[in-house]
Design a protein around this ligand. Sequence first.
Ligand code: FMN
Ligand code: SF4
Length: 678
Amino acid sequence: MSKDPLLQPYQLKHLTLKNRIMITSHEPAYPEDGMPKDRYRAYHEIRAKAGVAMTMTAGSAAVSRNSPPVFNNILAYKDEVVPWVKRLTDACHDHGCAVMIQLTHLGRRTHWNKGDWLPAVAPSHEREAAHRAFPKQVEDWDIDRIIQDYADAAERMKEGGMDGIELQAYGHLMDQFWSPVTNTLDGPYGGSLENRMRFSLQVIDAVRKRVGDEFILGIRFTADEDLEGGITPEEGLEIARRLKATGQIDFLNVIRGHIDTDPGLTDVIPVQGMRNAPHLDFAGTIRKEIGLPTFHAAKIPDVATARHAIAEGLLDMVGMTRAHMADPLLVKKIAEKREDDIRPCVGATYCLDRIYQAGDALCIHNPATGRELTMPHEIPPADTRKKVVIVGAGPAGMEAARVAAERGHDVTVFEAAPDAGGQVRLTAQSERRREMISIIDWRMDQCLARDVRFRFNTFAEADDVEGENPDVVIVATGGLPHTEVLTEGNDLVVSAWDIIAGDVKPGKRVLVYDDAGDHPALQAAEIIANSGAHVEIMTPDRSFAPDVMAMNLVPYMRALQDKDVRFTVTYRLKAAQKSGNMIKAVVGTDYSKFTEEREFDQIVVNHGTVPMDELYFELKPNSKNLGSVSQEALIFGRPQPLDANPGGDYALYRIGDAVSARNTHAAIYDALRLMKEI
Ligand SMILES: Cc1cc2nc3c(=O)[nH]c(=O)nc-3n(C[C@H](O)[C@H](O)[C@H](O)COP(=O)(O)O)c2cc1C
Ligand code: SF4
């Protein structure tokens, strides 16, 4: 029996949890028609199989029709959910993993223009900044119905085989009643804490009556809103005491903070560059004061911190949620003493940002997450060992090398730079984004453990590649910054990457022209602003840095807004002209023929990259497939055909930004889905 504190069982009422690691509730936006179907089940099942003790499924599963999903949540108000839930719970139970589900009413944290177009309801008319609906103030008959909706949904979950449920009370209807900031009601549901808690206690009562004493019922709640006029830590403790006093609550899942704005949400769920485990000690205080089983998650990405949380008695169950998105096999690797093999969560929060942009949750560097039905988390060996040559050791090339090595192939990687990493290495030069380098370091370790040969400082020519007598050649040479966007004066501008790499020093009065909307513009702007310069960030788009997305934007704004920085949307940089020591920027707009001239001493352009593809085109005539990729084979997981040029010597493929400017996830996914069939 292991002595690892993380691997000790935990008794939650009648339920034995086999270790101390859980996945907290998170909606990856995988439901189909609001139901947790095959994709959903496969996502949880593999994590259950790998040993996580409990998975809290869904996130914010909707109990009522007037709580329409904001990011494709499960519709717990529909009876048809029961058989889908049953298939999900059965699959996880087969691996000894407990399964629960989070239920909620979103209150004002949604929009009336979704679902059945019912008005959002809340205990005040004030809107939430993030979701923007002005709600109807709840009436008595709304309250009565919603209480019944909770009980009905809980009953459905019990019928579906769930071990329990978690009520959501941070930023949603329950704590909208609790918080003086969001509750302006008079009468039985407003005013005193007793009144403000009345709704939640009535829900707990109704649910408990419906599901009986055995079913597990917990609550995930904010015990400190960290917001002016909001729930204080003292009031949070009092709320916890009153919840405990009901005798009906089996666990507390502690949250600190508020989620009504992007910055608030980002402090609750910290992104890369922010402190690890910022609320862990606070959760420990709640556990100590209240004495109920206590769970918590908030950027505990590494096993050492998780172990500390349990060993020091801060928590009973530690949530490692994004850590499990990055590596579903996390618990298995701990149990097998292979912690070094765990694919690290780098806090990029691409996963969470995507769901708020109507996407599904995808991990920046594990493309098999959420694609369990088609992509492997463990790479099976190939039947025949091949000689694989990869050119370029950026994220695409490194993933190709890792997967090829796991397939058992003989792998050589050429890289022109002295180190692996490409754009990711440059990105990681910023202190705030340092965690990104683990995307490369983890792959490097995996490759070195499998004898992949690296030839750094080698700008591979076609002869070098062909001299290796390869069976397969992968061109992952990336791209070069694309700055040729002006009608005149392209030679007067520098690229965002020039600034990030430190090749060009920041000017004093700088225009950062962002015609791509992704990270490099803001990253360069941050470096320039930090040097004390005046910076104007201009984009022709109608919104600002759309591909950076909500939570990732927060640290940038915090780093930029207190400096000499201005943000300009809907203006297009047309041309640049020399003007003495300065550069004259000719600025127009897509909306009219308006133009104006402005002076800067430096213009920085972010406009993606152009592929470095010379080598690929040189190799193409000698390849068996003439570089072609069958998209059908790629998508449906079949080997690539090689009959285009029977006289050719090797199969040739191009991946990542060497094809077109995309992002890290796209580059790594390119590599995984191609290489898993080679
Ligand atoms: C894609 C995604 C969706 C989430 N949705 C919810 C949700 O609906 N309800 C909830 O309580 N927490 C949600 N969370 C927050 C997680 O439960 C967890 O608190 C957060 O990810 C911090 O823990 P971690 O650092 O271990 O990932 C979500 C997280 C992610 C990554
Ligand atoms: S996208 Fe980033 S934060 Fe999300 S799971 Fe992957 S590595 Fe972690």
